[in-house]
Design a binder for this molecule. Structure first.
Ligand code: NAP
Length: 163
């Protein structure tokens, strides 16, 4: 299982239910990496998508305890363990954990690869965070893109692997 996320220098990933900053190239990278795959997310991340709709061309597994969540096109599960079991049903497909903070933290232990878009800024108002992989000895950087820039914000695509 893999995770994919855009994080700032403090490993902040979200503000008030949304992303830190729009980065079109990161959106393209996310779409490219995850297309055709199984994606696992928390209910709040689903709600952050346009009209709260699931992502096209992917199996959308959504973790929630809510009985009223009946969005069409999602596979709703009630726990992280159930999400893992559900994802295993799609043999041969890649599985990506796509957020948000609560789900990344609970599911890091299942992941062997992390695609981190590192945003070279600190967002003081970030309210959602993930674990700092640089502080975890089992995670090592295996690939790093050149530095990119959008509207004055620098970022790069970094791949970590569990060693
Ligand atoms: N930077 C990025 O790449 C990125 C990616 C994704 C998300 N985000 C950001 O992250 C933020 C959302 O993250 P978040 O941590 O607030 O919410 P979240 O993880 O997306 O969703 C939390 C919800 O998921 C359900 N859930 C989580 N763990 C569960 C468990 N073990 N059992 C049952 N249900 C469980 C619960 O839903 P119920 O309350 O319905 O039970 C919980 O309220 C937003 O700001 C979003 O934009 C950023």
């Amino acid at each position: 299982m893999k995770m994919i996320v855009a994080a700032d220098k403090n490993w902040g990933i979200g503000i008030e239910g949304g992303l830190l900053t729009p980065l079109p190239e990161d959106m393209r990278y996310f779409r490219e990496k995850t297309k055709g795959s199984v994606v696992i997310m928390g209910r709040k991340t689903l709600e952050s998508f346009p009209e709260g709709k699931p992502l096209k061309n992917r199996v959308n597994i959504v973790i929630s305890t809510s009985e009223s969540l009946t969005t069409e096109g999602i596979v709703k599960v009630a726990s992280v363990e159930e999400a893992v079991r559900e994802a295993e049903k799609y043999a041969g497909r890649e599985v990506f954990v796509i957020g948000g903070g609560t789900v990344y933290r609970q599911m890091l232990k299942y992941c062997d690869t992390a695609y981190i878009t590192k945003i070279d800024r600190v967002f003081d108002n970030a309210d959602t965070f993930i674990d700092n992989l640089d502080m975890l000895p089992e995670w090592k950087i295996v690939e790093m893109s050149e530095v990119k820039e959008y509207n004055g914000t620098e970022f790069s695509f970094v791949i970590y692997k569990r060693v």
